[in-house]
Design a binder for this molecule. Structure first.
Ligand SMILES: Nc1nc2c(c(=O)[nH]1)N[C@H]1C(S)=C(S)[C@@H](COP(=O)(O)OP(=O)(O)OC[C@H]3O[C@@H](n4cnc5c(=O)[nH]c(N)nc54)[C@H](O)[C@@H]3O)O[C@H]1N2
Ligand SMILES: Nc1nc2c(c(=O)[nH]1)N[C@H]1C(S)=C(S)[C@@H](COP(=O)(O)OP(=O)(O)OC[C@H]3O[C@@H](n4cnc5c(=O)[nH]c(N)nc54)[C@H](O)[C@@H]3O)O[C@H]1N2
Ligand SMILES: [Mo]
Length: 773
């Protein structure tokens, strides 16, 4: 049964809208972070915790995946990193008494903000079929319940195993082994909704699904194009790197429909210049592009480069193109045929201006393109990113200093999880090594990605759903469809640190298994343990929490997984096809998990020694290290891509769903979006002033957002999100913006990017409807 999204906690009568900020960070950011930290943790614990973030013997910030500098500051954190830490290190608790007090249907009335505010989960809880409340369950019984459910399946593909990107390398590796040991590749993860389009485009064209730059490259780039990314909020430490690049003379071009504060100017709170002198101007150029116009922009730049090359030469890196690439002629032909007027329509920018931007690219001696969700969550994201690759290949901007591709990852270990095998379409090489190491035969048939997993549950093809972190119900598209899908499953299992809506919208039976977070001290049989993570630039390092955990018997993710493996496989060591390992020892000594990893995953030889004493090592990366490409022909591929861009029907707007400054995905820290000038509310929609006038609306009016989606059979489906306040904002005509997850209800399940299957969270066609008063 589908339910309405929670309305209970929404009292936004006090929402205020002030002016948009033109500067990011500065002293207000530090003060805001400290206030949230002290509210959640108290003064002493705040100081203890914040001083350990991203230090060599400390823990990896659970915020974003931006890499640490080699020389760390005393306080290597940012405002939003501090909020992420405070959210986890809070002293508030959700225990059995809490669950006795609040029924599941009552929890279902609350939104993620209220649920998250309740504190850390401390003990395993079970919801029996037909019960109104969760009840406490022992650790042994909880884990046995999971094992029994997995062993009882007729078909292993009836189980689905989700991962969010905070899971450590050690836990991710054991998790995929458990899943493959049971016989399925149903390993959807948050990447499917995030950088999957980047992975798809990069593997195809350069043979590796990762970026090709280091932090040093960012510092030394001649030109940085930051497209579809809001680093001031989502990757604040990136601003220091951009500042350094500027000081070294770089030019920065920001490509975004919105003039995001963090892209414009940065006040570094760690330098006197930042605090006293008004900071550094970051973006030299702001390209205010229409939503989904980026492919046209990158093609326009490429076309201009070809034209100048034709006139006077000296633009293309011919020797690079000849030695290292294929497909150049087809690409050149496609660009010759492309039309400037279509580029203008798609981008909303005229030819003269497009050529002026292209001239900056032409003159650059080394170019980096950085991007995030603004480029990955459209229907044509994969061709867009192929065109980003094309542009860099033209000038030989791969595998040399200050140049390359920089997809900026989200979750702090999302990249590492993939490296460890969290992937529904695993490569044969990885599976073969896994088979050999654990003496079994891993399944080869591909599993479900996130959207396919929801369809499978909806269609009654799944009986068990397990999540290693995350908030599946709120993070995925089409909330009502997803909630109904989730409720049809026999058993849902959530391994979580904090309460969220995925604990309130459950299968017929449900388990909550609490776990340690990054900041918590993890002591196992052989003593204090560390885990490892990989950042956005392929650097792997250790992470060790120092805080007393919220409950003394809390298990870490690796320990939970080793125990479940033991229960599922331990007594079947002589059956022909189960993975074999000494699960008990793995549970108590993570160095042994790393031993296994070092033999299975390329690049991890001598793993233990290379992370000892706070050391970091960088994984091999062919394109970056020596211009080698693991494509079938060993070359980087130019591709010819037909131009695509969204077409907005009359009287409609295209809605992008994005993050406010006070949230981490579905975790809502507060109801302000300081840089965009919104205070005390989240149900707001940013609309161009002329669109507001044209549609007969007024600034501040309360409206419903109704998405319109033409299904495969031609019927038009409508989805509604109620009561949003219209805010006049500097966004291109026809382009609106509102926060996720409140707007996920509008994103149709079947509206996904070609090739990557990523939900099109940045392009939803909506009608803005005036509410009856
Ligand atoms: N504090 C904090 N940090 C985070 C997160 C968080 O929620 N809070 N989330 C983490 C995660 S998982 C991720 S993936 C990243 C997300 O990091 P971002 O990708 O920065 O996150 P979004 O808020 O989705 O912002 C998308 C940006 O792209 C722009 N944009 C939208 N559509 C287009 C387009 O068609 N073209 C162009 N050029 N621009 C467009 C938007 O205006 C916005 O500036 O951040 C990570 N870090
Ligand atoms: N409309 C729309 N939808 C989107 C997006 C968008 O831009 N627009 N962005 C998409 C993107 S980029 C992403 S990455 C996904 C995010 O999807 P998810 O990763 O599923 O969501 P999060 O909100 O990050 O998950 C938060 C929960 O993780 C749990 N958690 C936190 N730390 C830990 C830990 O260390 N261990 C465990 N076991 N649990 C932990 C807590 O219980 C917390 O409530 O959402 C996607 N959905
Ligand atoms: Mo993400």
């Amino acid at each position: 049964m589908a339910t309405k999204p929670p309305a209970h906690d929404i009292d936004e009568s006090d929402v205020t809208v002030g002016s948009r900020k033109k500067v990011a960070v500065g002293v207000p950011a530090v003060l805001h972070a400290l206030k949230i930290s002290v509210d959640q943790m108290g003064v002493t614990r705040s100081a203890q915790t914040l001083l350990r973030v991203n230090q060599k013997d400390g823990f990896d910030c659970p915020g974003c995946a931006w890499p640490e500098e080699d020389k760390r500051h005393i306080a290597e954190f940012c405002e939003n990193g501090a909020k992420a830490v405070a959210e986890e290190a809070t002293v508030r608790r959700v225990d059995a008494a809490f669950f006795a007090q609040h029924s599941v249907s009552e929890l279902n009335e609350h939104d993620d903000w209220w649920l998250g505010q309740q504190g850390r989960l401390t003990e395993p809880m079970m919801l029996d079929e037909g019960a109104t409340h969760y009840r406490p369950i022992s650790w042994d019984d909880a884990l046995q319940t999971v094992a029994d459910a997995l062993r009882a399946l007729d078909d292993p593909n009836e189980a689905i195993f989700y991962t969010s990107g905070r899971t450590s390398n050690e836990a991710a590796f054991l998790y995929q082994l458990l899943v493959r040991g049971t016989g399925t590749n149903n390993l959807p993860d948050c990447s499917n909704m995030c950088h999957e389009s980047s992975g798809s485009a990069l593997v195809e064209t350069i043979g590796i699904g990762k970026g090709t730059v280091s932090l040093e490259d960012i510092h030394r780039a001649d030109l940085l194009i930051v497209a579809g990314q809001n680093p001031g909020t989502n990757h604040p430490r990136m601003l220091s790197a951009l500042e350094k690049a500027k000081q070294n003379g770089a030019t920065i071009i920001a490509v975004n429909p919105l003039p995001e504060a963090g892209l414009m100017r940065f006040e570094n709170p760690q330098t006197p210049r930042g605090v006293l002198l008004g900071g550094t101007k970051l973006a030299d150029e702001f390209v205010q592009i229409r939503l989904g116009g980026d492919q046209a922009l990158f093609q326009a730049i490429a076309k201009h480069l070809f034209e100048v090359e034709g006139e006077r030469g000296g633009v293309l890196d011919r020797s690079f193109i000849e030695r290292h690439t294929s497909g150049f002629d087809d690409f050149e032909r496609a660009m010759n045929d492309a039309s400037w007027s279509e580029f203008e329509t798609a981008t909303g920018i005229d030819e003269t201006e497009l050529r002026r931007i292209a001239e900056i690219v032409r003159g650059s001696t080394s170019t980096i393109v950085c991007w995030a969700m603004g480029l990955t969550q459209h229907k044509h994201s994969v061709p867009t990113l192929r065109d980003v690759v094309n542009l860099l290949l033209m000038q030989g901007n791969l595998g040399r200093t200050g140049a390359g591709l920089c997809p900026v990852r989200g979750h702090s270990n999302v990249q590492g999880d993939r490296t460890m095998g969290i992937y529904e379409k695993p490569h044969e090489g990885f599976l073969a090594s896994l088979d050999e190491e654990f003496d079994f035969y891993a399944p080869r048939e591909h599993g479900y990605d996130t959207v396919e997993a929801i369809r499978a549950m909806r269609d009654g093809k799944a009986r068990v759903f397990m999540a290693m972190g995350g908030n599946f119900v709120s993070a995925t598209p089409d909330t009502l469809v997803t909630e109904a899908a989730m409720r049809s499953v026999d058993l849902t299992v959530q391994v979580s640190t904090k309460l969220n809506r995925s604990h309130a919208v459950t299968g017929k039976r449900a388990l909550i298994i609490p776990t340690l977070g990054r900041t918590d001290r993890d002591v196992r049989g052989t003593g204090e343990q560390r885990v490892t993570v990989e950042d956005s630039m392929s650097a792997v390092h250790g992470s060790r929490g120092r805080l007393r955990p919220p409950a003394d018997d809390l298990l870490s993710e690796p320990a939970i997984l080793a125990r479940i493996c033991n229960l599922v496989f331990g007594d079947r060591a002589d059956s022909p096809n189960v993975p074999r390992a000494d699960w008990r020892r793995l549970e108590n000594d993570y160095t042994l998990i790393r031993d296994h990893i070092s033999r299975v995953v390329p690049g991890f030889a001598d793993y233990e020694a290379r992370i000892a004493k706070g050391r970091t090592f960088v994984l091999p990366n062919g394109p970056r290290d020596d211009r080698t490409f693991a494509t079938p022909d060993g070359l980087a591929h130019f591709t010819a891509n037909a131009l695509e861009y969204p077409v907005i029907p009359e009287g409609r707007v295209l809605l992008q769903t994005l993050r406010s400054h006070d949230q981490y995905n579905t975790t809502i820290y507060g109801k302000d979006d300081r840089y965009r000038g919104v205070h005390g509310g989240r149900r707001v929609v940013f609309v161009n002033r002329d669109d507001i006038a044209e549609q007969g609306l007024s600034d501040g009016e309360i409206v419903d957002l109704v998405s319109e989606w033409t299904a495969h059979d031609g019927t038009v489906e409508e989805r509604r999100a109620e009561a949003f306040r219209v805010i006049a904002y500097d966004t291109p005509r026809g382009n609106a913006a509102a926060y996720y997850p409140e707007t996920n209800v509008l994103v149709p399940l079947d509206s996904v990017a070609d090739t990557s299957g990523t939900p099109t969270s940045k392009s939803v066609i909506v009608r803005i409807e005036r509410r009856e008063v």
